[in-house]
Design a protein around this ligand. Structure first.
Ligand SMILES: Cc1cc2nc3c(=O)[nH]c(=O)nc-3n(C[C@H](O)[C@H](O)[C@H](O)COP(=O)(O)O)c2cc1C
Length: 326
């Protein structure tokens, strides 16, 4: 049995699951593994490093994959979109900014335009830009997000599309890490899901082993959505976005003290970068979402995807055993 949705039809994939374009973590090997297992893998174009992007596309081999960019960062290096489009992506995802300047180029390259949105207002803007697929992202997500929660945001955007743009598909993102999350998202009316944190903890992801060791021990209680990590990395994220990570000594020390942290200057910034490189997770915070509490082992991406889909099928066919005749 397989789960067929408008997403599997539209993107010509077997399973209604996309892996998120996670900056630095989602390279070509992860994207290819997800695509080869029947989903669609997206390379994390992130903040836009041409050499990294070129190298990671090569790592994907012949797999059909896609790519995602942080839109406000792409605005500073718009030529990087051509690097992605030259590789015939099946889809390009834009998040955190105005997609309109790029929509035409993406669609004329026969790639699906996916816009990740955090509010209903952004969903409307993405529809105006001609998005083929909206990703409704809740603040449970790993990495950057807005402030709304996945559970009510997804059906609100599903309703919006049903009323105003019935051809546009909707994916759920934020907190989905297993078959229950996939099944629940389909129940909310989504056509599929975009999964970040669970694939961040795949064997193929580009993540420091010390970060993974922390993640498999952690509960979802232990994450924090904050600007600390952006301030110390010197990344100028526009409000209202903040980044969800595991809490550690560094985030506990500086959360709420971001202005003072900014005044600390280069020494603390360099120390943080060094800590990230050597895997000192008391300083460098692992970038992962609330779904971390559902991640107990590091597995190949294909195994993660297959288990997620098989479990979702069980829930969708058998139900939760809650409704009994009579
Ligand atoms: C390590 C990490 C890096 C991320 N980087 C990006 C990014 O560069 N661009 C982007 O659009 N989303 C990024 N995200 C967010 C994902 O696109 C997605 O919304 C999120 O992972 C979904 O929630 P989940 O982590 O609970 O699955 C990142 C997420 C993680 C965990």
């Amino acid at each position: 049995m397989t789960i067929r949705t408008r997403l599997t039809e539209r993107l010509r994939i077997r399973h209604p699951v996309l892996s998120a374009p996670m900056a630095w973590a989602a390279g070509g090997r992860l994207a290819a593994a997800v695509s080869n297992a029947g989903g669609l893998g997206l390379i994390g174009g992130g903040y836009g490093d041409r050499d990294w992007l070129t190298r990671e596309w090569a790592q994907a081999g012949n797999a059909v994959i896609g790519c995602g960019f942080i839109t406000w960062s792409l605005d500073r290096k718009p030529e990087l979109l051509q690097v992605a489009l030259a590789n015939a992506p099946r889809a390009v995802m834009l998040s955190f900014g105005d997609p309109r300047p790029y929509a035409e180029a993406i669609r004329s390259a026969s790639a699906a335009l996916i816009c990740q949105v955090q509010t209903v207002r952004q969903a409307r803007e993405a529809l105006e830009a001609g998005a083929d697929i909206l990703v409704a992202q809740g603040s449970e997500a790993g990495g950057h997000s807005g402030t709304r929660a996945t559970l009510p945001l997804v059906p609100e955007i599903v309703d919006l599309c049903a009323a105003e743009a019935p051809e546009t598909l909707v994916l759920a993102a934020g907190g989905i890490a297993d078959g229950r999350g996939l099944a629940a998202s389909l129940m909310l009316g989504a056509d599929g899901v975009l999964v970040g944190s669970r694939f961040w903890a795949a064997e193929e992801a580009l993540v420091h082993p010390n970060a993974l060791s922390r993640a498999v021990q952690a509960s979802g209680d232990e994450t924090l959505r904050s600007s600390v990590v952006d301030v110390v990395r010197g990344v100028d994220w526009p409000p209202p976005y903040a980044i969800r990570t595991l809490r550690n000594g560094f985030t506990e020390r500086w959360h709420g003290q971001e202005e003072a942290l900014a005044r600390e200057g280069d020494a603390v910034r360099q120390a943080y970068a060094d800590a990230a490189a050597r895997g000192d997770m008391d300083t460098a915070a692992a970038i992962v979402g609330e779904a971390v509490g559902l991640i107990r082992e590091i597995r190949p991406a294909a195994a993660i995807l297959e288990a997620m889909v098989a479990d979702a099928e069980t829930w969708l066919v058998g139900g939760a055993g809650l409704v009994r005749p009579g």
